[in-house]
Design a protein around this ligand. Structure first.
Ligand code: VG1
Ligand code: CO
Length: 608
């Protein structure tokens, strides 16, 4: 895979108080208003297996309390190894999660990690991307939450809520393995976002992991499964479950961010054609209400708009490989002017123009550069910009994972941020947001063309990006992934690179490249002072070129090696080069420097 990029800016920080409370209380924006609901999303109904059982047959569940009308059972359990959260939640194969008490242990460990005052009688949001096993998981989570004294659960109808929608609702549980495929043979995952809607920081996830290693008891309410197919409230004593419309509040939020009238004026032009591919994932639930009902797109502009448990046998990862159908449409003779796709849980995005792919790193830079004039939310300017460390650009600040952006946003220091991995977003919520990115791009194109009369040539997506390169220069960027390597070889390679980096000196020669510095990236959160280390080995050269190596934290098996390669090109006459051509010398250096072939046995990156 080869993505190219440029980035214009970064941000400045100072010290602020960290966010204190963990879960949100009744100030949650979702809730009480009921609207007539549409029929169900088309999921298959399956029977719910019993997943929570006592680990020893002799220990019959003992009743420990019966507070305010519900009986709570204590079920003995034993630690299960390996429940360590990665870059974004806990992700494993579905079969692993379906093992006895596997999910239950992790959820209980989470409650054991939080101060009781943060959840007792509090409100928790629960949603997911509709993947296989979410139905069963939702019932387990609801019962354990009730068993631990949570007052109310707000759950998306059919268990559906995109990651951005959960974040907008100030946090809770997201049942998703994001862009990883779903179905009985594939992946499941769970993320926990705390009160600001931000993914739990490592201080919390480390605590949860610690508690999974000493767990002995699961507290579970003795209540029946809740019908998630209809909106409304079900009460069990002092505990209640409210099934909410997964779409309306989130749409309302975006309506307050963007000028829908402006976007509508673009989409309704006969000389502009738009298409969105929901990849049979969660944005299928949002696409029609947003793009068709609110913004006037034609119903046939939405592809794969029905969320399915196995994503229609697809891999819901919006990139040039897995969203190939969309790419073919945009690159066809007389294709549409604008195409976009989103991932499993709706936080990633891919933006395409006619015969033009916008790399994620360019995308965030272009949005940032145009935000003030095209998006009302930024009318007073953007407060700051950030990118994850491997994402191309001049300054390295935030490690990989959206959880590192939240504190900066809470402190009022950050407005627009992005990752090279197809994640873009702003401080309207605390997660990356696929639909937001699509609307941001539509706003830019609409703004640039608002005075164009019918028949006049429109300014295209490609025009906007090329103009951006001409102004700021182009950062050629590419990422090589080596999936499911043997962990031992991959770990040895990283250890070798760490050692090479630590021995290196400014001025060392690597072929024609002169080293500026090499290190293993450590990040100190400027807001709360927390430190994370070993976030990627970097070799940065005197001309600004960089090679970065790290292991993925989202895979569900083996080790995935990622190599990021970047080179800045100010000369506009070279901006049309293919990134693989422009980067060839640096890629060759990246492979020889790391002895990647020797350590992993891989000749080539994973072919998708
Ligand atoms: C990957 C991406 C990272 C992103 C993370 C979660 O992590 O590289 O940029 O934040 O996925 O995205 P890793 O550790 O595999 O490189 V998502 O859409 O899976 O919540
Ligand atoms: Co995702």
């Amino acid at each position: 895979m080869a993505f190219s990029s440029s980035m214009i800016n970064s941000f400045i920080l100072s010290s602020f108080k960290p966010q204190q409370s963990i879960l949100s209380f009744p100030s949650i924006s979702y809730g009480d208003s009921f609207k007539p609901r549409k029929p169900l999303l088309p999921f298959r109904i399956r029977s719910v297996p019993t997943l929570i059982r006592a680990t020893s047959s002799s220990s019959f569940p003992a009743t420990i309390a019966e507070p305010e009308g519900i009986k709570i059972n204590s079920i003995p359990s034993k630690p299960i190894k390996g429940q360590k959260t990665g870059t974004s939640g806990l992700r494993k194969k579905v079969k692993v999660f379906m093992q006895e008490n596997y999910l239950a242990n992790w959820i209980q460990a989470l409650f054991n990690s939080l101060p009781p005052e943060d959840y007792k009688n509090g409100v928790l949001v629960l949603g997911g991307d509709g993947r296989y096993f979410n139905r069963e998981a939702a019932q387990i989570i609801i019962k354990i939450a009730a068993g631990n004294g949570v007052g109310k659960i707000l759950v998306g109808q059919e268990g559906i809520l995109s990651t951005p929608a959960v974040s907008a609702a100030n946090g809770g549980f997201i049942m998703s393995a994001s862009h990883n495929p779903g179905g009985p043979e594939y992946d499941w995952g769970i993320k926990f976002n705390y009160s600001s809607g931000q993914p739990a920081p490592e201080s919390i996830t480390d605590k949860i992991y610690g508690n999974t290693l000493s767990i002995s008891e699961i507290k579970i309410a003795d209540i029946p499964d809740v019908d998630l197919s209809k909106t409304g409230v079900t009460k069990f004593g002092s505990f209640s479950v409210e099934v909410i419309d997964p779409v309306s509040d989130y749409l309302e939020l975006l309506e307050s961010v963007f000028d829908f009238q402006l976007i509508r004026s673009l989409i309704s032009r006969p000389d502009f054609r738009f298409t969105f591919d929901a990849m049979h994932a969660v944005t299928g639930a949002y696409a029609k209400p947003m793009f068709v009902d609110k913004l006037g797109a034609s119903p046939d502009s939405i592809a794969n708009g029905i969320p399915l448990e196995d994503f229609g046998h697809g891999h819901p990862d919006p990139n040039l490989t897995y969203a190939k159908d969309l790419v073919n449409i945009l690159y066809a003779e007389n294709g549409p002017d604008f195409g976009a796709a989103s991932d499993g849980d709706g936080d990633r995005n891919m933006i395409l123009g006619r015969r033009f792919f916008v790399t994620p790193s360019d995308s965030v830079a272009v949005i940032a550069a145009n935000a003030r004039e095209a998006i009302p939310y930024f009318k007073d300017g953007v407060k700051g910009l950030a990118r994850s460390m491997p994402t191309s650009g001049a300054l390295d600040r935030v490690p990989t994972g959206w959880k590192f952006f939240g504190n900066l946003m809470d402190a009022g220091k950050l407005s627009v941020c992005g990752e090279e991995s197809f994640g873009t977003g702003s401080d309207h919520i605390r997660e990356k947001d696929g639909i937001w990115a699509v609307l941001a791009w539509l706003s830019i194109i609409a703004h640039r063309n608002k005075d164009k009369k019918a028949g006049e040539k429109l300014i295209s997506v490609a025009d906007v990006v090329k103009e951006h390169w001409a102004t700021y220069g182009r950062n050629f960027f590419s990422r090589y992934d080596y999936e499911e390597c043997e962990s031992e070889g991959a770990n040895k390679m990283v250890a070798y690179l760490r050692e090479t980096a630590s021995k290196s000196k400014t001025g060392d020669k690597y072929g024609s490249y002169v080293l500026q510095f090499a290190d293993d990236f450590t990040y100190t959160d400027p807001v709360d002072g927390s430190v994370v280390s070993k976030q990627g080995v970097r070799f940065v050269f005197s001309d600004g070129s960089r090679i970065i190596y790290r292991l993925s934290g989202t895979g569900s098996a083996g080790a995935t090696v990622r190599v990021y390669i970047e080179q800045f090109e100010p000369d506009a006459s070279k901006h049309d080069l293919d990134a693989q051509v422009a980067l060839k010398p640096l890629i060759d250096l990246a492979l020889s420097l790391s002895k990647l072939k020797d350590f992993t046995g891989r000749e080539k990156p994973t072919e998708y």
